[in-house]
Write a new protein. Sequence first.
Length: 202
Amino acid sequence: MSESFLSSDEYDENAHSLYNEGRYDEALDLLRVGVTLYPHAVELHVGMAYAYLAREEYAWARRSFDRAVARDPDHEDALAGLGETLLKIGDRGGAPIESIEDAVFHGVLAVNLAGPFYFCRALLPGMAERGRGAVVNVSSLAGRTKSALGGLAYTASKSGLLGLTRHLAFDYGPRGVRVNAICPGGVDTPMIRNAAAAGAAQ
């Protein structure tokens, strides 16, 4: 079928197939055409953003996620992807609260707090019904103090995750389900090294 006759959904589906095959460049080329024809199709902007993310082009990924969120502020995939992108490029630790955009704050919370909430909501009732189970949430030392690199939104999300964990432990402990959190500190990864280098360059 000629591309000129494809619907926005078809552009999205075809690009998704290319993405799953690791053909990110081709997926992006197809999505660029789709976005030109259907500029308000949120899924196409989200698809472009994830393709950029797969290619580790974080600035372009953020731009596409921002466009998607601007069109649909409650789009879960867009918010989760934006949060992931911000974690990759670093929600800079020194950024003052007045400079943090709504989309940035909500994106980070979507990944670090809303994600575990939805996970626990889906699994805990079944565990309680069986009378046994265990959940281990991954928080951070930032949740107990503050993050040197992660920024205000990251710290808030990890603090919130500790509160969620304590509350669930209180509610489900008597029903045989353990809910705990671990709080690792900095881990030597390329993401952390890149964020530290960027901070030093500033």
